[in-house]
Write a protein that binds this ligand. Structure first.
Ligand code: IMP
Ligand code: MG
Length: 182
């Protein structure tokens, strides 16, 4: 177990309620539908954190020509701070050459993870490439990442719930909370 897993949590402070998240996801779905209409689109879920957002978002989209795929990325650290070295631990299976692609991520923090994925997908010559993230966190941004659809902009804090974890815990909470360490 990593050191982070052994850190004690004093409190989980509510940040976004399930109702706020659901309302925002519906708004994002409308904005995404307005961009793609009925054009064929590949929505790519970034596992594991993106799973709840992805599942709610794709069910809110009206696009009948939607394909789903999944990617899992690892960075070399397992603590709550992302490292700079990102690799695929699972790649998508669909050939995205010439297709519209929408990446669906839980949170953009330093920007390293999404810079890596955007670069990889760009090299595969997708017809278009856009990024939806539930949370766009400003505090530790190191690389410029163009976020096309952002659910919430958060200045700082480490958050869990609705897919987001702290050492693999709290992913299944229906709301989002800030971890207050002991
Ligand atoms: P980045 O590469 O620094 O942008 O980090 C992206 C990844 O770090 C996200 O996909 C999350 O898995 C994780 N991460 C960053 N901030 C948080 C947070 O506040 N809570 C949970 N995970 C986070
Ligand atoms: Mg993530």
């Amino acid at each position: 177990m990593s050191d982070a897993a052994e850190l004690k949590v004093k409190e989980l402070k509510p940040v976004y309620t399930p109702g706020q998240i659901a309302a925002r996801v519906r708004e994002l779905a409308r904005a995404i539908d307005a961009v793609y209409g009925q054009e064929p689109l590949v929505a790519v879920c970034v596992l594991k954190g993106g799973i709840m957002f992805f599942s709610d978002l794709v069910r809110s989209l009206k696009n009948p020509n939607l394909e789903l795929d999944f990617v899992r990325l690892s960075s070399y650290n397992t603590d709550s701070f992302s490292s700079n070295h990102v690799i695929f631990s699972k790649d998508i299976e669909i050939d995205i050459h010439g297709k519209h692609v929408l990446i669906v991520e839980d949170i953009v923090d330093s920007g390293h993870t999404m810079s890596f994925l955007l670069g990889q997908f760009r090299a595969r010559k997708a017809r278009s490439l856009r990024l939806a993230t539930l949370v766009d966190k400003g505090e530790r941004r190191e690389l410029d990442v163009n976020v096309d659809f952002a659910g919430f902009r958060l200045e700082r804090g480490f958050i869990v719930g609705y897919g987001l974890d702290y050492a693999e815990k709290y992913r299944t909470l229906p709301g989002i909370f800030e971890v207050i360490p002991a």
